[in-house]
Structures are given as C-alpha cells and as structure tokens.
Write a protein that binds this ligand. Structure first.
Ligand code: KIV
Length: 269
C-alpha cells in the first residue's frame, strides 16, 4: 500500500505517478496499473459533471465520488480535492469538510488549491492527522481572476510561488502539485523543498507527474497544451454505441443467445 511516508521517501529517487479518477471502474484500472496516487480531482466538474468550470462542484459530489474511488482502490493513495470555498473561509468548517473526506469517504489525504490563506490551515489539518497535498501555480478555482493561463512567468510571481511552496512544506504538506508554470521555476521549487513536487505542465524535473485521466485516455473535448493523449477511448465508445444502435434498429440484437424462453409460458391468452 502506498503511504504518505513512502511517497515522501521517493523524492529525488523514483518518479511519482498520479492520475485523476472519478468513479470505481476507472480507479480499479489505475490501481491495478500500480499508479502511486489517485486524485479525485475537482476537474470532475468539467470532465464528468458537465459544468463549465470546477467552481460549482459541491462537497457532497466530492464525497460521493471519493467514496466510489476509495471502494475500488487497494494500493494507491486516494486524495480528495477540496472544492471551491469548502476550505479557507472558516477554520472549523474547513476542518469538518476535510475530515469528512477521511472519516466518511475513506480518502487518505486531501488536496487544497493553495495560497497565503492555506498555510495555517495546512498546519492545523496536519496536526489533526489529515495529510495535505498543496497545489500552486495555475489553480483553476481562481479561473475568474486568472483564467487558465501559465503562472509564475515574471520574477515577482515566480518568487511568490517559491515562497509559498516553502511555507507549505514547512507547514507540513506531504507533497505539492505545480500546475502550468515554467519548467525552470518548477526545478527551483523542487530543489528548494524537502517534499515531492508533482508537475502538470511544469516540466520534467518535478519529483512526479499528474494528468487528468480523460486527457490520457482520449475522452476530452479539449486537451490542454501540456497534456499527452495515450489512448483513444472516445472512438472506441463511438464505435460501440453506433454498433448497438445499428444492431437494435436492424433487428440483430437481441439474438437468440441473449434471450430466454420458458415453455410453460406459451399461450397465456
Ligand atoms: O482537479 C484536478 O484534476 C487537479 C489536477 C489537474 C492536479 O487539480
């Protein structure tokens, strides 16, 4: 079983692998493939729930999807991504919401889209036994403020990211996601802190990599420039759905082997 401690020990040695999942069958496949971490990302808002952004995702939706993923996972570390405004507004409510992910949904850790407002909260959660994955760079819950553009591109912004990374590592976060930032900034952050960095659009020098599962398997309508598609599940699904429709409309399905006849039931009227 992958533990927070085992992941920390991987820093600078073996690259950490992380993928998102939002349902049990996908989680089972990812777990069987020996991926280290399954992130129940709030990207489910875009990929699975049909929202325009991650902002509408609720704590109940996150809890339900995290439970499904945790039920199907044996070895990988399951991380619940805390939805917009479910943390950082009020300390007691933040702790209760994060606690629910461990107590009721069986997650192993939570992820917080981080900023100056999450340093103390990270420390408090860790004191209480809730492992925290931090997240800096592009944080999509700030879409209304910064869109989806690359972050940390000037010296001032880059220094802020570096300082926040150090603050979250000191506060006790066990790892840090770095999203859509220049690779040379990600390298410096990785060198400056003693917890693993996990990059998405942050170059090859992070301690690990994460991608959204829909991008990896080829199910997304739009793929970000830093993602790579490793399969074409969408065309397989299209083929299967069209095949089913044609078989039904042409009277080929169900065939005899898909039907069951009880002789006693003949001539009921
Ligand atoms: O919600 C998500 O999927 C994420 C990853 C892209 C890191 O936060």
């Amino acid at each position: 079983m992958v533990t927070v401690r085992a992941l920390r020990a991987k820093k600078g040695t073996t690259p950490i692998t992380m993928l998102t999942a939002y349902d049990a069958p996908t989680a089972r496949l990812i777990d069987e493939a020996e991926i280290d971490i399954i992130l129940v990302g709030d990207s489910m808002g875009n990929t699975s729930l049909g929202y325009e952004s991650t902002l509408p995702v609720t704590i109940d939706e996150m809890q339900s999807r995290t439970s499904a993923v945790a039920r199907a996972t044996t070895d990988a570390l399951v991380v619940a991504d805390m939805p917009f405004l479910s943390f950082g507004v009020d300390e007691a409510a933040s702790i209760e919401h994060c606690g629910r992910m461990l107590k009721e949904a069986d997650a192993d850790a939570v992820k917080l889209e981080s900023g100056p407002h999450t340093v103390e909260l990270t420390e408090r959660l860790v004191q209480l036994g809730i492992p925290v994955m931090a997240h800096l760079g592009l944080t999509p819950q700030r879409v209304k403020e910064v869109g989806y553009s690359r972050q940390g591109t000037d010296r001032e912004e880059a220094s802020k990211i570096l300082e926040l990374a150090k603050a979250h590592a000191e506060a006790g976060a066990f790892s840090l996601v770095l999203e859509h930032i220049p690779a040379n900034l990600a390298t410096q952050v990785t060198d400056a802190i003693d917890i693993p960095t996990i990059g998405i659009g942050a170059g090859a020098e992070c301690d690990g990599q994460v991608l959204v599962i829909d991008d990896v398997i080829g199910l997304s309508d739009r793929t970000p420039p830093f993602a790579k598609q490793f399969g074409d599940v969408k065309s397989e699904m299209e083929k299967a759905i069209e095949g089913y429709r044609n078989a039904v409309t042409e009277g080929e399905f169900p065939a005899e082997e898909h039907s069951h006849v009880e002789s006693d039931l003949d001539k009921l009227y």
